[in-house]
Design a protein around this ligand. Structure first.
Ligand SMILES: C[S@@+](CC[C@H](N)C(=O)[O-])C[C@H]1O[C@@H](n2cnc3c(N)ncnc32)[C@H](O)[C@@H]1O
Length: 376
């Protein structure tokens, strides 16, 4: 029987799995191993033991993959933020491609034949929103994996953060979170988090955003995602468009630019106030998407869905399909949730015609996808 802390020698590492783990086996038991690479032989330390599988961390590399590199950050492996620092960045995109292909194929019968596209800046300096915690000495840091422990930042600061927010000068010695924001309007430290707003620019559009609220973390994510969504949906003047989980109106703005009549729904009331200012021609409702679907027209031509990691879920997909849009753009930060929702949509008459994947979270296992669905 395995126990946390046990060290197993010469474990053979198998395929990558969703969540940044690699699958291995020990005496028939499945291990999810972090900080390894497919094809390696490693010693692992068991970190958690569950009923169906155990979690483990690679602690010594007996036979290294050709794709293993020296992590750029001094606290890689201890900090829970970046789990692919030890993987050569181009190969980390290949690992993410395998995960997207496996999940979409398995869950939705959708064949993903593309690549995970690199987006600059990459792999360092891309993150424009950072939530730092404090260690017991009051130093800013990031949490260890699946733990409340705070790992203090190295002297280099956080390497994936925008350089302007990589080394926060803490304002208070006390405990609590610090939010650091690198916006188009300048860098800001919120200590403690407050109601200030910042301005972000995407193409010709300015967006007022709550500094403590949601904005796409990668510097070029807004541009990359809005371009793909607009190209995939080709909204036409006079069409009815829905932007669900709309935040401060990022996609609503580009749909409105195309001349569509736009309705948005978002759960964060403050984001809705800002969306109304950012996209005055659109109509926004605040509240849970499913509960507020009665506020939007019962027919729509195009729909954007950009839900949180849990996905939109079957009832929201059904409410969208009931409006018989000709096309849907689904922006997803979790390919497993995307796969489940694409399967639901398929059962309701919506075929996935394209999937693009973007490396908007370099040095981590995370990947962003945009799927375009059309009515059969
Ligand atoms: C991934 S963000 C996308 C925001 C926006 N589309 C953007 O790109 O800036 C998901 C958004 O969904 C909102 N949200 C989460 N669950 C929700 C729900 N059940 N109903 C409405 N909005 C929700 C969050 O507040 C967040 O703004």
């Amino acid at each position: 029987m395995l126990e946390p802390g046990d060290v197993l020698e010469r474990v053979e590492i198998g395929p990558v799995a969703h969540g940044g783990h690699f699958i291995a086996r020990h005496e028939g038991q499945v291990l999810f191993v972090r900080h390894a690479i497919t094809g390696e032989s490693v010693d692992v330390r068991i970190t958690e033991v569950g009923r169906r599988f155990a979690r483990a961390d690679a602690v010594a590399i007996r036979s290294a993959s050709e794709h293993r590199v020296e992590p750029p950050c001094a606290v890689a492996g201890r900090c829970g933020g970046c789990d692919f620092q030890h993987v050569e960045p181009a190969f980390s995109r290949e690992l993410k491609r395998r995960v997207v292909a496996e999940l979409l194929g398995h869950l939705a019968g959708v064949e993903f034949t593309g690549e995970v596209e690199e987006v600059q800046p990459s792999p360092l300096g891309w993150r424009r929103r950072m939530r730092y915690h404090r260690d017991p000495r009051g130093r800013a840091g990031l949490r260890a994996h699946r733990s409340a422990e705070v790992v203090a930042l190295p002297t280099s600061g956080c390497l994936i953060a925008d350089p302007g927010i990589a080394r926060p000068a803490a304002g208070r010695p006390a405990a609590g979170d610090l939010l650091a924001v690198a916006a188009e309007s300048g860098a800001l430290l919120l200590d403690p988090p407050d109601r200030r707003t910042v301005t972000e620019q995407v193409g010709a559009h300015s967006f007022e955003v709550a500094a403590a609220g949601f904005w796409q973390p990668h510097r070029h994510a807004p541009e990359v995602l809005t371009t793909r969504v607009r190209d995939g949906l080709a909204p036409q003047p006079g069409e009815t468009a829905l932007d669900l989980f709309c935040g401060v109106g990022l996609f609503a703005a580009s749909l409105a630019d195309a001349g569509a009549h736009v309705w948005g729904i978002e759960g964060d009331r403050r984001a809705v106030e800002l969306a109304r200012r950012n996209v005055p021609s659109a109509r926004f409702s605040s509240g849970d998407v499913l509960a507020r679907m009665d506020r939007v027209p019962d027919r729509a031509d195009v729909v954007v869905l950009d839900p949180p990691r849990t996905g939109a879920g079957a009832p929201v997909i059904a409410a969208v399909a009931a409006r018989r849009p000709r096309a849907i753009a689904y922006v997803a930060c979790d390919p497993a949730a995307l796969g489940r929702d694409l399967a639901t949509a398929s059962g309701l008459g919506y075929r996935t015609v394209a999937v693009n994947a973007y490396d908007l979270f370099p040095l981590t296992h995370h990947v962003e996808c945009v799927a375009i669905l059309e009515a059969r």
